[in-house]
Design a protein around this ligand. Structure first.
Ligand code: ADP
Ligand code: MG
Length: 396
């Protein structure tokens, strides 16, 4: 089904039904994949994400004569209204916190807001590691920037999205998800330096291979999973490294022999976490080179190495994802597979020969169902543009 039938039309219809009016604007805010570079976005690393053709669609109308903003989350069947002139605090409805966290940062002298009516709905599965949360917060920041002429740069929009997640949603995420959602480009992967936010685009020519996502349907919430705990383990490791090697500029400048020298002081857990991170940072650089050189086979090897690291060193996999990856790798035509996203569930990302994809999907779906009694979902994604206003005719 195309995006119009599946997402845009139902969002407009909901807007019509709830607000008895037509939306004035439509925005599409994409989810993202990350080809490689997991958990390094808060550790001075490089990542290799891309926006995908799964979106949150926002239908929006300005209400110049009121101060009330009503937002309907169509997929959850919930709505929330707030006064744009009153100081914003976090609320019980988690989904709304991603939005309010954005608004609270922009509520400052010089920025004038009025009421709004918004309906949003999504084809990005929630909590599957495709970053629906970044699409939500950055989408809302983009809307405010566009409707109220706030003169925010794209970088500022990404950073506002990240801060909203830190402060209002309580997840200490890195910048990658937001950056990919805002800066995505069709058929390009982004190599992002999470430290400086410098980035470059690479052609995503996979030479007859495609990236397929297998959703384990194991849901995670970064709030209750070990995500924040991992961040604490890493922070401890970094503290020990810098205490011993104070002249080192960036985390990625530490070498594996340096890490080994402080292993006892750091303790086993932080050692394993840092070991994974330093190796992963190297893998991303090698992966970018492999993509540029058209060496897709080596890219696959790197993906699989990342999975092993995430599973045994960073310990953010789970039985379901380990099973999916292990079994996928045994199939013909598969170059690499790994868990994608923060971990503890969600999707695997798989590099599979295009003309073998159907067979692999069939085999793995059957095995997964038999073993866990769960029907996995499959997302075939296309690398797409970042957030934008959707300006085609609204055909109802
Ligand atoms: P991910 O970003 O990997 O999808 P997160 O746990 O970070 O997972 O974010 C998911 C949360 O984002 C949801 O629990 C919900 O609060 C919010 N969210 C995302 N998409 C929607 C949506 N379509 N409607 C309402 N809330 C959403
Ligand atoms: Mg998220």
């Amino acid at each position: 089904m195309d995006i119009h039938e599946q997402l845009i039309r139902p969002t407009i219809e909901k807007f019509n039904a709830e607000f008895k009016a037509e939306p004035e604007h439509l925005f599409l805010s994409p989810g993202r994949i990350n080809i490689i570079g997991e958990h390094v976005d808060y550790s001075d690393g490089f990542v290799l994400p891309a926006a995908i053709d799964k979106y949150i669609c926002f239908a929006v109308r300005k209400l110049p004569r009121t101060n009330f903003c009503t937002i309907i989350a169509k997929d959850l069947g919930e709505e929330y209204t707030f006064d744009v002139t009153v100081e914003i605090k976090p609320v019980q409805q988690m989904w709304m916190n991603y939005i309010l966290g954005v608004f609270s940062q922009l509520q400052k002298p010089g920025n004038k807001f009025c009421g709004m009516e918004i309906v949003f709905s999504s084809t990005i599965p929630m909590g599957s590691g495709l970053s629906s949360s970044a699409a939500l917060e950055c989408g809302f920041a983009y809307i405010l920037n566009n409707l109220f002429d706030l003169q925010l740069t794209k970088k500022e929009i990404a950073v506002i999205g990240q801060k909203s997640e830190h402060t209002f949603a309580g997840v200490q995420c890195g910048i990658m998800d937001q950056f990919a959602s805002v800066f995505g480009k069709e058929d390009k992967v982004i190599m992002l330096d999470c430290n400086s936010l410098e980035h470059q685009y690479f052609d995503a020519d996979l030479k007859g291979y495609s990236l397929l996502l297998f959703d384990s349907c194991v849901k995670h919430s970064h709030l209750t999973s070990g995500y924040n705990e991992r961040r604490k383990d890493v922070e401890h490791g970094k503290k020990v490294l810098w205490k011993n090697f104070p002249e080192t500029q960036k985390f990625r400048d530490f070498t594996l022999p340096m890490l080994d020298r402080v292993k006892d002081e750091m303790g086993d857990i932080s050692y394993k976490r840092c070991l994974y991170l330093l190796k992963e940072i190297q893998r991303v650089e090698m992966a970018a080179k492999a993509i540029s050189a058209g060496d897709i086979e080596y890219l696959g090897t790197l993906l699989t190495e990342t999975h092993a690291g995430l599973s045994t060193e960073f310990e953010v996999s789970c039985n379901e994802l380990d099973f999916l990856v292990e079994n996928t790798l045994q199939q013909e035509g598969v170059l690499g597979a790994r868990i994608m996203g923060g971990g503890f569930g969600g999707c695997s990302i798989n590099l599979i020969q295009e003309d073998k994809a159907e067979e692999v999907i069939k085999a793995i779906s059957e095995k997964y169902l038999e073993h866990f009694n769960i029907r996995m979902k499959i997302y075939q994604v296309k690398i797409s543009d970042g957030i934008k206003e959707y300006t085609n005719e609204y055909i109802i």
